[in-house]
Design a protein around this ligand. Structure first.
Ligand code: BTN
Length: 327
């Protein structure tokens, strides 16, 4: 049995005792491991934030579990077919994108999630850096869609939909999607998404999609240049948000939309995107690769590109940064 499995079964046994003691001998019999092994796993649980009391002659008693998106807590809570069945939980890393890439190259299964408490080199779209201190939710996941390389845009739109649905469900805040996949509250960015693809000419090898949510970041923590344009769930709601609950909700919504995408195609994602509160119908100024497009955001097309109604007619944008005007 893998150490993770023994630890999970130990936690189950402690939880079943509902705050009461369970002896080392009972535990060792139930899990078919030595009492020394039980002791080592109890120590490991404590280092992950579980409060476990021990008393000679009585055994162990679980007092509390951490409210953190650790693999054991996620495994207890998550109801997904694919996303998050494999979860790597890291402290401080450069970027979870890079860690997930390495795992994907080595054949990690579809749905693997890599999560970090903080990133020292968080990456944003178009080569920008992404501010990701402790308190936020920073993770990347691996998909292996049996499809053509142009799935990248629908995958990143899908991630935006999942995040905005989860933010609304967990906090009740009015999250709005800004094309392609920023999530805004009150016009300020609360979450960003980066989808990167490795493909042969006509088939995807894998997609690594990274999600960053400014969850519990206080106003004073944002660097001065971000303060006018970024916010956090804590600032907007006035309370601490459970990263565990938020992660599980996002993964469950991703799991749902990804199954829909595989069975019904990109239209399922595009319909879900349109059904979320979004910037369509409002004035936008889009800085695209080789031009600036100003007009009204009219719709997204069947590839997920943004259609902007301008004075010269409708323009189609595949990559660009959107600045909002009035709706
Ligand atoms: C953007 O808004 O420009 C995209 C931001 C994507 C940030 C996430 S945080 C987790 C993952 N790791 C990274 O380095 N980037 C993504």
């Amino acid at each position: 049995m893998k150490p993770g499995q023994t630890r999970f079964r130990l936690l189950e046994a402690l939880e079943e005792a509902k705050g009461g003691f369970i002896s080392g001998q009972q535990l060792s019999r139930r899990l078919s491991v030595s009492r020394t092994c039980i002791w080592k796993h109890v120590r490991a649980l404590r280092s992950q934030g579980y409060e476990v009391h021990s008393q000679s002659n009585r055994g162990y008693r679980l007092v509390s579990c951490p409210d953190a998106p650790t693999p054991l807590e996620v495994r207890k809570k998550l109801r997904c077919r694919l996303l998050g069945r494999e979860l790597r939980y890291l402290g401080r890393v450069g970027s979870t994108q890079d860690e997930a890439f390495k795992l994907a190259q080595k054949g990690a299964p579809e749905g693997t999630v890599v999560l970090a408490e903080e990133q020292s080199g968080g990456r944003g779209r178009v080569g920008r850096s992404f501010f990701s201190p402790k308190g936020g939710l920073w993770f990347s996941f691996i998909l292996r869609p049996p499809l053509q390389p142009q799935v990248c845009l629908p995958v990143s739109l899908m991630a935006g939909v999942a995040v905005s649905e989860a933010v609304r469900a967990v906090t009740g805040l009015p999250a709005v999607l800004k094309w392609p996949n920023d999530v805004l509250i009150g016009g300020k960015k609360v979450a960003g998404i980066l989808a990167e693809i490795v493909a042969e000419t006509d088939a995807v090898r894998f997609v690594v999609c990274g999600i960053g949510v400014n969850a519990n970041i206080s106003a004073g923590k944002f660097p001065a240049e971000l303060r006018p344009i970024a916010t956090s769930l804590r600032i907007e709601s006035g309370r601490e948000v459970s990263l565990l609950e938020l992660l599980c909700r996002i993964l469950e919504r991703l799991d749902f939309h990804y199954q829909e995408f595989l069975s019904r195609g990109p239209k399922a994602v595009l319909d879900a995107w349109r059904a979320c509160p979004n910037v369509l119908g409002g004035r936008v100024r889009v800085t695209a690769v080789d031009e600036v497009v100003e007009g009204t955001a009219q719709d997204i097309d069947s590839d997920g590109a943004l259609l902007v109604r301008t004075e010269e007619g409708v323009k189609r944008v595949i990559v660009g940064d959107v600045a909002l005007g009035d709706k």
